[in-house]
Ligand binder design. Structure first.
Ligand code: AMP
Length: 248
């Protein structure tokens, strides 16, 4: 596929979303997936649900989740392999929170390879760590203690950040500035993917309009799809669900 431009012509989107903890990835995943008609798959949500339901998997991972460490790669491989077998991933998927280590990236490549498929893009939502930490602590309603939060960042730097180079080498990486209002980030992600982002301006007003960098014709104003993205605001975004799940 062409680097930096449109996605491939197989008619689907196989995407992953990378970014540090608390970068708003979950919210973006919901918005992007809804617009593209693909499932947003959050492994964090899946694990939290398993914990809440008290399944065997849930009991196994509960302490690890609470500590900010990562669940082992073999367990995650099972979880993701099984999830990607479901029929709703046929038109594509947006993985949020997987892969998180180099071995996981290789596993994903293998799982897709078995199906004769490959990844289309890895979107990196970039926000400075200090900014995220300040935001999370300033909010005063953390799901995590400061200690756990710092641990999550440390793990990200050590285990997950190397994926940036991994996907860069494969010409799949798309960097997006995540330190902006939600609709603007969404708009930038669509732009990075070469997807028309009608609707972003509608839900984001001036901010989103300003977000269209040098607006190629692709993001211009065909009204046809303009309702689609706005629908992301109906509370069905996976990110919202994820946050709620975390509270339970
Ligand atoms: P998240 O909501 O993506 O931040 O995930 C919450 C927690 O679930 C993480 O801190 C990890 O303990 C665990 N987790 C989620 N996805 C993965 C993964 N791909 N590999 C290992 N652990 C994961």
């Amino acid at each position: 596929m062409a680097g930096g431009g449109e996605l491939t012509g197989h008619g689907g989107y196989r995407l992953i979303l990378l970014g540090p903890p608390n970068s708003g990835k979950g919210t973006q995943a919901g918005r992007i997936a809804e617009r593209l008609g693909i499932p947003a798959i959050s492994t964090g949500d899946m694990l939290r649900q398993a914990v809440a339901a008290g399944t065997e998997l849930g009991r196994r991972v509960e302490e690890i989740l609470a500590s900010g460490e990562l669940v082992d790669d073999a367990t995650m491989a099972e979880v993701v392999r099984e999830r990607l077998r479901e029929g709703d991933t046929r038109p594509g998927f947006l993985l949020d929170g997987y892969p998180r280590t180099l071995p996981q990236a290789e596993t994903l490549e293998a799982i897709l390879g078995e199906r004769g498929e490959e990844l289309d893009a890895a979107v990196l939502v970039e926000v400075p760590e200090e900014e995220l930490l300040a935001r999370a602590l300033g909010r005063g309603r953390d799901d995590d203690t400061e200690e756990v939060l710092r641990e999550r960042f440390r793990v990200y730097r050590e285990k997950t950040a190397p994926l940036v180079g991994y996907y860069e080498e494969r010409d799949l990486l798309r960097r997006v500035d995540g330190d902006r209002p939600v609709p603007e980030v969404t708009s930038r992600i669509f732009h990075a993917l070469g997807v028309a982002d009608q609707g972003a301006a509608r839900s984001g007003g001036a901010a989103a309009a300003a977000a269209r960098p040098g607006s190629s014709g692709a993001s211009g104003g065909s009204p046809v799809a303009s309702g689609t993205l706005a629908a992301g605001g109906h509370g069905r975004a996976v990110g919202a669900t994820g946050k709620e799940a975390r509270k339970r």
